[in-house]
Each structure stands twice: as structure tokens, then as C-alpha cells.
Design a protein around this ligand. Structure first.
Ligand code: HEM
Length: 129
């Protein structure tokens, strides 16, 4: 179950980025909905993954030590999900603006995409095949 979720979370990242780029280039309701909803799925997968991940749970169990030691464990416990959640808010804000036909949509989609690029653990495998 854990491996399957890690595989999906890894893969859905590419869909999120693809739809994010689409929403940025054509900031309408349809691309925006694909982006925001795929990102919602990714966040749900991430939250479930955090419960099942030995890395994340181990890091939580010794939180003081985790926070005092820069590295992968601290990155996942303290940084990764924060960027994901902020991007989620921005993408849904963008969708709402796109539905009203407002030009602010593009800025919000762009900021969400930028935050995603900064929050993705690029040191991990690009694909898990
Ligand atoms: C609340 C939001 C999120 C949570 C709680 C979360 C949680 C996690 C956790 C716990 C891991 C490491 C699992 C492990 O190695 O045991 C992980 C890895 C990863 N996350 Fe997230 N995540 C979130 C959002 C996102 C978003 C928005 C993206 C990209 C669009 C993303 C992309 C990735 C990638 C690419 C990995 C590496 C997967 C691998 O090693 O194959 N995550 N995430």
C-alpha cells in the first residue's frame, strides 16, 4: 500500500505540472479546474502517504531531533507539505478568478506553479517504474 501510494504520488506530480502549465498558458476555467483538482488529489495522496510513510512517521516520533538535523526527514516534516498546501490555495483561488473571467487567474496559477517547483523533492526519483 505504501509503495503504491509513493508510486502514485510520484506520478501525479507530472500531471499537476502539466495541467499547471496549461492553466498558466490558457488561464480559463477548464485548464484551471484540471490543475486545481489534480493538485487536490495530489495533496490527499500526500496526506495519506504521510501517515503510511516510515520516514515521515519515524521523523515525527523523534521530532526534536528531526528539527535539529537538516536533511531529508526535516524537509518532509517541515517544508514539503507547506508548499503543497499553499500552492493548493493559490490554484483554487486562480480557478475561482478564472471562472469569473478575471485576469488575476494567470498570476495565481503562475504563483502556484512556482511554489510547486520549489516544493517538489527533485532529489527523489523522477519516475518509479
Ligand atoms: C499536503 C501536501 C503533501 C504531503 C503531506 C506530502 C507528503 C509527502 C511525503 C510524506 C513524501 C515522502 C514519502 C516517503 O518517502 O516515505 C512525499 C514525497 C513526494 N512528494 Fe509529496 N506531499 C504533499 C504534496 C505534494 C505535492 C503538491 C507534490 C507535487 C505536485 C508532491 C510531490 C512529491 C514527490 C515528487 C515526492 C517524492 C516521491 C518519490 O520519492 O517517489 N507532494 N510527499
Amino acid at each position: 500500500m505504501y509503495e503504491a501510494l509513493l508510486f502514485l504520488h510520484n506520478l501525479v506530480r507530472w500531471l499537476v505540472l502539466l495541467f499547471g502549465a496549461w492553466a498558466l498558458l490558457q488561464p480559463g476555467p477548464r485548464p484551471g479546474a484540471f490543475f486545481a483538482h489534480t493538485l487536490t488529489l495530489q495533496v490527499v495522496l500526500g496526506v495519506v502517504l504521510a501517515f503510511l510513510s516510515p520516514l515521515f512517521q519515524g521523523a515525527l516520533a523523534s521530532l526534536q531531533e528531526t528539527m535539529a538535523t537538516p536533511g531529508e526527514a526535516r524537509y518532509f516534516v517541515a517544508e514539503h507539505w507547506v508548499g503543497g498546501l499553499l500552492a493548493l490555495g493559490l490554484a483554487h483561488g486562480g480557478l475561482s478568478q478564472a471562472r469569473k473571467g478575471r485576469p488575476l487567474a494567470r498570476l495565481l496559477f503562475g504563483l502556484a506553479l512556482l511554489l510547486l517547483f520549489l516544493s517538489i523533492p527533485w532529489f527523489r526519483p523522477l519516475f518509479r517504474l
